[in-house]
Design a binder for this molecule. Sequence first.
Ligand code: FES
Length: 238
Amino acid sequence: MAEVTLTIDNEKVSAREGQNLLQVIREQGIDLPTLCHLDGLSERGGCRLCVVEVEGSSRLAASCVTAVREDMRVTTASDRLLRYRRMLVELLFAERNHVCSVCVMNGNCELQSLATRFGVDHLRYEPLYPRLPTDASHEKYTIDHNRCVLCARCVRVCDEVEGVHTLDIMGRGVSSRIINDLNQPWRASRTCTACGKCVQVCPTGALYIKETLSAHVEKRPDLPRRIVDARKKRVWNS
Ligand code: FES
């Protein structure tokens, strides 16, 4: 594969044609924040936390869905980017009911970690406080729409790794909602295999195993990458 040379934070780096910027930035050891990205799944470009500045463009670019180009000059950290990322985290908190103190993922939540990282200790936006349901009809799992950030990791792992596409997104904008099959209660799903992969990749407490105690939740966001690699190599026990 052809090589391209670009500049990231004033350092010249080499990349392979076809790589996205996020991959190359992380290969440089730069800890770019992400939420919807997960190794092993397709990129969605939805959360925009991975935005970077690309010289010559006034718009910020989501690095996970931006391909590397020869002579690109990229900035991954600036006051503008910091302000933008902080605003995105605040908006996520304002959009649904993220009450960390009563969430099973308190202390292990990726959204909470991002808030800590960007110093979000209050919101500058009026919270929407939507009235959203919790579906606890499944024998093993619960989905609490109040905690969902619509990263669609669950949808992608269900489709791309488990191969059943039980989960999907219904609606638009703030009305979007994760659904099972044709928007039925989870227990009524005919396609769900109860594999639990959706739970393991969920970054917040939106999906969890029933009767889980707070502070005992450990999810497996590395699962898609491990499964995808094992399938490719046909090695299952490494
Ligand atoms: Fe790139 Fe979410 S990680 S947009």
